[in-house]
Design a protein around this ligand. Structure first.
Ligand code: HEC
Length: 106
């Protein structure tokens, strides 16, 4: 299995589950449950380092990750996995669109 397939298998079921859960139970704690996953896979390019940040998008600050970005919808829509650009990108079948980018996966 290549690393992308492995990563998708690991992430795909996880994110919609975490996000969908928040719609029903309001029990998901962003800092405790979601942030560590994003830190591991996404902060390199969407984290605190302004020099390294891509697409002017950061996930280390919850209010920013959930905020509308100009004309774009928020990266994360609470309780709406399908409506979340973050989930769409992780599950994307086009390698040019898929996150994290193929060439950065260890
Ligand atoms: C190696 C750097 C890198 C990593 C790691 C990375 N990204 Fe990205 N990301 C980019 C770049 C570059 C873009 C802008 C180009 C594009 O839209 O594909 C981008 C764009 C995005 C966008 C769209 C932004 C917009 O304006 O709509 C989302 C959502 C996103 N990334 C989510 C993620 C998520 C979630 C992860 C972790 C699972 C992640 N990225 C990891 C480099 C990265």
């Amino acid at each position: 299995m290549n690393s992308i397939a492995h990563l998708s298998a690991a992430c795909a079921p996880l994110f919609p589950c975490l996000l969908a859960q928040s719609a029903t139970a309001q029990e998901v704690d962003f800092d405790r449950q979601v942030r560590p996953i994003l830190a591991n896979k996404c902060f390199r390019c969407h984290g605190p380092d302004v020099e390294a940040r891509k697409a002017n998008l950061r996930f280390d600050v919850q209010s920013v990750a959930f905020a509308k970005r100009g004309d774009n919808p928020p990266a994360i829509v609470a309780g709406d996995a399908k409506g979340s650009e973050l989930v769409r990108r992780i599950n994307h079948s086009d390698p040019d669109e898929q996150m994290p980018p193929r060439d950065c996966v260890k």
